[in-house]
Design a protein around this ligand. Sequence first.
Ligand SMILES: CC(C)(COP(=O)(O)OP(=O)(O)OC[C@H]1O[C@@H](n2cnc3c(N)ncnc32)[C@H](O)[C@@H]1OP(=O)(O)O)[C@@H](O)C(=O)NCCC(=O)NCCS
Length: 155
Amino acid sequence: MSLRVAVADDAAALSVLHNASFREGWTRDDFTTWLARSEAICLVAEQAGEVVAFGLALASGSDAELLTIASVPALRGQGFGRRIMQGLQEEAASRGLDRWILEVARTNLPALGLYKSEGFVEIGVRKDYYPGEAGRVDALVMARSVAPAGGQGRA
Ligand SMILES: CC(C)(COP(=O)(O)OP(=O)(O)OC[C@H]1O[C@@H](n2cnc3c(N)ncnc32)[C@H](O)[C@@H]1OP(=O)(O)O)[C@@H](O)C(=O)NCCC(=O)NCCS
């Protein structure tokens, strides 16, 4: 598996993976717009020449905000999500950002497991934030510090 910074040509593949992972998937044009922004931090993991996971964060002031992360459904549980999180962490540190922040559905147990094991802690709740099949679902707001480049990487 290799990790690299996403480029404009990745927009179509990222849209396919996003649509396979979320109810309201983003279009290729959405990703083209995100990838053109200098505040965007987007990494892709590849295996055998195929994108197997990606993550997109936004530098906002001194925060790094995780906007989205996904692994190919058939390849989940193989460490790709964690590798993306750790790569984003290194990128955020190299940009001198201070704090990670993200939102996650209370019911999204795989994502919660990943974030908690990467040192994120809950700092707030946005009640009924996401639409869900069984009614609206709370968003947990989670944060951790951005460790200095070359540090241990965990808050
Ligand atoms: C969340 C997601 C990106 C994790 O990617 P992944 O490649 O499966 O993650 P990894 O294999 O690196 O697993 C990392 C950790 O996540 C947690 N995790 C992964 N799958 C899990 C599951 N089914 N249940 C509970 N925890 C899980 C574990 O803590 C795991 O660490 P471990 O293997 O040491 O136990 C993936 O499930 C996904 O794409 N989900 C759909 C999109 C999504 O919901 N994104 C997050 C939006 S907030």
